[in-house]
Design a protein around this ligand. Structure first.
Ligand code: 13P
Length: 248
């Protein structure tokens, strides 16, 4: 059985006061102990968040660089994250793929570097509206995964949580239907089984992201291939706890 996983991606939101109150709200909430909770504040608040959050809450970076150190202005290394007790990073979020032009190979290199350095990775994949309408959803997500599969060993997949985030559902209030999400999650699992191994397909969490709210999370969480969520907007609100408790 795969452990239910709920991530909160704060994106570029929050300042000291609001981050303190979001974290204290999570700390003081009644959370389903069987849900793994990981929150990803903006980089400058990672250490603050790590200091404040309960030990049962993991903290994630939103991004990391693929090189170990050096003249890479503005970037953060895997070692720096580990050094400051950060155990996770998001990689390949569509906002970075689109706005900062990160391609599949770059995302794959970051994934590999993160895992080599001892981090776990939330690997984001997902199609645009145009790609969906052209019937290319599965082709796009398996291409994105394929780049990562080229650089990871079978064992290293145990450090990856796959976040399926259709771009048209992110921040739009237009959540994928349970059928749409389940269909893609099942296709991803089948691809894992055929490309990596049946065991990796069985054990890898595939979580959904895109307009997840306290209203739609319960139905999505019932689908057999949806193992949790990556939450943007709602992770900044008390509703995040309801999403953590989707399966209660
Ligand atoms: P929203 O939940 O705000 O749609 O964002 C989803 C997302 O991109 C999480 O990484």
């Amino acid at each position: 059985p795969r452990q239910f996983f709920v991530g909160g991606n704060f994106k570029m939101n929050g300042v000291t006061d609001s981050i303190k109150s979001i974290v204290s709200n999570i700390n003081n909430s009644k959370r389903d102990p069987s849900t793994q909770v990981v929150i990803a504040p903006p980089a400058i608040y990672l250490t603050l968040t790590r200091e404040l959050a309960d030990s049962s809450v993991s903290v994630s970076a939103q991004n990391v660089y693929d090189k170990p150190s050096g003249a890479y202005t503005g970037e953060l290394s895997v070692e720096q994250l580990k050094d400051t007790k950060i155990d996770w990073t998001i990689v390949g979020h569509s906002e970075r793929r689109v706005l900062l032009r990160e391609d599949d190979d770059f995302v794959a290199r970051k994934t590999k570097a993160a895992i080599d350095g001892g981090l776990s990775v939330i690997l984001c994949i997902g199609e645009s509206l145009e790609e969906r309408e052209a019937g290319k959803t599965i082709e796009v997500v398996t291409r994105q995964l394929g780049a990562v599969a080229k650089v990871l060993s079978k064992e290293e997949w145990s450090k990856v949580v796959i976040a399926y985030e259709p771009i048209w559902a992110i921040g739009t209030g237009k959540v994928a239907t349970t059928t749409q999400a389940q269909e893609v999650h099942a296709a991803i699992r089948k691809w894992l089984s055929e490309t990596i191994s049946a065991e990796v397909a069985d054990n890898t969490r595939i979580i959904y992201g895109g307009s997840v709210s306290e209203k739609n999370c319960r139905d999505l969480a019932k689908e057999k291939d949806i193992d949790g969520f990556l939450v943007g907007g709602a992770s900044l609100k008390p509703a995040f706890v309801d999403i953590i408790n989707s399966r209660l």
